[in-house]
Ligand binder design. Structure first.
Ligand SMILES: [Zn+2]
Ligand SMILES: [Zn+2]
Length: 649
């Protein structure tokens, strides 16, 4: 048989040859280094016979695909170790039955039906057994069985594997991988021997998992593991995991009393508590000012709209699955909880004839919308059923798209930069040139796609182009932001829309006296305020910069006789517009300071005899690390300036 190498060279090999044979034919040293191959774009191991005429690229430990290979083999090694673990306890290893064990992001899992429950406390012991299997460098072997033979092996003994084999489509190859007597029904691919697995892994936790995700079927135990090429990568990941737990916005939201989700109020519906509401109001005020400076006009529209409106926009019935059902009244009247603000804004545009002189028309609203998310999908602030968008719609001519994009990019850079989210990239979604699902003029599409790219280049923004990622109604740009932990979040979107102007038949009178169709741009830099604040809580770990902090200053009087002066300090700070509390509890000073720190209040001002006499305060600033006694007036001036400039600190 013939195969082709990436450089175009052809090799002649005996029938049934594998990637190992290819590597050996190229060079001895490559054969030693090889861990797998990419065969016509698909990941293969060194065992699986190659198809005739395939293009084969050998991969080594340097290639990123290596991770997928060793993570999968590690799942097998873990299953083998779990069998050994129970054998040591006196069980027959056959009593440990295996479900499925795939590779997932950063690692792997295996679903296991064990004779005794496995707990997190057992994981270190299982890890030790795994390390031993890796050290012994056991070679793997792949073989194929006929269906009946394969079934005979498991029938009556292992219901899971029997079912998996029975479900394989007729004619599909049934392969097994084996190492030292441990055999698993498996499609592969794997590293050639257990010694090729880097020993940098960790079993993270055990969780219940229904067989095949079906709650009427048995509950298996799913052991999760993470695995990396180097110790540094593993350590970084584990640090990230630990840090993410500490920063979990649901936990901090409770601890700092920012928000509450009450089952009696409803699933996925957020109650903003006084302190959390400060965050919301501050962000809204920030965005409102920025928008007004950039020529946006603010509007307010209702929380519901007639069903007719959404039939015209197409949101109903096409997105009915993600909406609350319509409210039907008498006389054929029906309303929908607003799933999107756009149709309302279109009707503001359409209320009277428009001239090109009015364009671009930028209508902005902090509009609350409601979407139906499955209850299993709900998660703190990041997946909710009601949320407020920092929404705006720009109505413009096709030629104005680039300028408008530049404006939105500038606004977005300002917002993210102010919040310290400075590590981000843009993803531009354009048409799939081979599809005809798109509405609107092809020429306009081409122009808009070019304009978006040019805008990114002018703004100095790093971007990637994703073909086929556009909506059917227009190209778009998504921002992907990295937080301090290096986790990526998709935030604001800018979306060009040719569809709604068409559906609502809106137009403007051009300079030529003719009616033209405007282009609509949807944009929301935060996206949802709820989700955005959830991300900010984790990004800052609850330690907000001064301008955002729900309580900016706590004044701590050392004893009762300093209460009056503490109140005077409070009054001056409040008069300057700062958010202040005085801690007058009969606690010791150190306890009060500790409590303010637990609440992550940025500035603590301690006042005692000396401060009272001199009109000063003792500053303890968590954000800047400053500790000094200063005149009160100076402290006020400094804090006000930091808030005014929304200092990053
Ligand atoms: Zn497998
Ligand atoms: Zn919209």
């Amino acid at each position: 048989m013939k195969i082709r190498l990436p450089d175009g060279k052809e090799l002649e090999l005996p029938a049934g040859a594998t990637a190992r044979d290819v590597a050996e034919k190229i060079s001895r040293s490559l054969a030693k280094e090889a861990v797998g191959a990419i065969v016509d774009g698909e990941l293969y191991d060194l065992f699986k016979p190659l198809p005739e005429g395939a293009t084969v690229q050998i991969i080594t430990r340097k290639d990123p695909e290596y991770q997928q290979l060793f993570r999968h083999t590690l799942a097998h090694v873990m299953a083998q170790a779990v069998k050994e673990f129970f054998a040591k306890k006196g069980y027959d290893p056959e009593e440990v039955k295996l479900g499925i064990g795939p590779v997932i992001e950063n690692g792997f899992y295996y679903d296991i039906d064990a004779p005794e429950p496995i707990s997190d406390a057992d994981l270190p012991e299982i890890e030790k057994l795994m390390q031993r299997i890796i050290k012994r460098n056991l070679p793997l072997r792949r073989y194929v069985l006929e269906r009946e033979e394969a079934l005979a092996r498991y029938r009556g003994k292992d219901p899971y594997k029997t079912e998996l084999i029975e479900d394989l489509p007729e004619g599909e190859e049934i392969s097994f991988y084996e190492q030292e007597g441990f055999t698993d029904l498996c499609r592969g691919p794997h590293v050639p021997s257990t010694g090729k697995i880097p020993p940098h892994f960790k079993l993270t936790h055990v969780a219940g998992a229904y067989w095949r995700g079906d709650e009427t079927r048995p509950m298996l135990q799913r052991i999760y593991g993470v695995a990396f090429r180097s110790k540094e990568e593993l350590d970084h990941y584990l640090w990230q995991l630990e840090e993410a737990k500490k920063r979990d916005h649901r936990r901090l939201g409770r601890q700092l009393e920012l928000f509450h989700i009450d089952p009696m109020v409803g699933k996925g519906l957020v109650l903003w508590l006084p302190k959390g509401n400060v965050l919301r109001e501050e962000l809204i005020a920030f965005m409102r000012n920025e928008q007004i400076e950039r020529g946006y006009q603010l509007v307010t529209t209702p929380h519901i709209g007639s069903l007719e409106l959404y039939k015209t926009s197409g949101h109903y019935p096409y997105y009915a699955d993600s909406q609350f059902p319509p409210m039907e009244l008498e006389d054929d009247e029906a309303y929908l909880l607003k799933p999107m603000n756009c149709p309302h804004h279109v009707r503001i545009y359409a209320m009277r004839p428009r001239s090109y002189r009015e364009l671009p028309l930028r209508l902005a609203e902090f509009g609350t919308v409601y979407r139906f998310e499955q209850s299993g999908e709900l998660h703190g602030l990041t997946r909710v059923r009601g949320f407020t968008q920092d929404d705006a719609h720009i109505f413009c001519t096709p030629e104005q798209v680039k300028e408008e994009f530049l404006g939105v990019l500038d606004l977005t850079l300002k917002v993210f930069g102010t919040l310290g989210l400075s590590d981000f990239r843009a993803r531009i979604g354009v048409r799939d040139p081979n599809s005809d699902k798109y509405v609107g003029d092809a020429e306009h599409w081409a122009v808009a796609e070019r304009q978006i790219q040019e805008a990114c280049e002018e703004a100095g923004l790093e971007y990637t182009i994703e073909e086929g990622d556009a909506a059917f109604y227009g190209p778009k740009l998504d921002f992907v932001v990295k937080d301090v932990l290096g986790r990526e979040w998709q935030l604001g979107t800018i979306q060009v829309d040719y569809n709604l102007p068409e559906r609502f038949d809106i137009s403007y009178k051009g300079a030529d006296g003719e009616e033209h169709r405007p282009v609509m741009i949807h944009r929301a830099p935060f996206g949802s305020l709820e989700r955005f604040i959830g991300i900010l809580i984790e990004h800052f770990a609850g330690e907000f910069p001064l301008w955002l902090a729900p309580v900016q200053v706590v004044v701590v009087p050392i004893t009762d006789r300093h209460h009056d002066y503490a109140q005077k300090v409070r009054a001056e700070l409040e008069a300057a517009g700062l958010r202040v509390e005085v801690d007058e509890r009969p606690e010791r000073m150190n306890a009060k300071i500790r409590d303010a720190e637990t609440q992550k209040v940025p500035v603590i001002l301690v006042v005692g005899d000396k401060e009272m006499e001199e009109g000063t305060v003792a500053v303890r600033d968590r954000r800047t690390g400053e500790r000094a006694t200063k005149p009160l007036a100076e402290v006020v001036r400094n804090l006000v300036e930091r808030v005014r400039t929304r200092a990053r600190e």
